[in-house]
Design a protein around this ligand. Sequence first.
Ligand code: SF4
Length: 72
Amino acid sequence: MQQVTVRCTIDNCYYWRDGNVCDAKEILVTSDMVGQRYPGQVDVQQLSTVLREVGETPAKTCQETCCKTFRA
Ligand code: SF4
């Protein structure tokens, strides 16, 4: 599988590291709608639940997406 370096400016996130690098093993990027429907309890481990209950979540703009792995 291709490795991806995630660069991020959310410097108060638990996974954020110097140089604006995300140190999480994997992250869940999803739509704002999913973020609002599952505010705290859903991350990568619950992706199958999201897909079963909501399905795929296409977005028209980057403003409609969020990192669901964020942890303060
Ligand atoms: S988990 Fe998300 S918000 Fe946190 S550092 Fe990684 S990309 Fe940024």
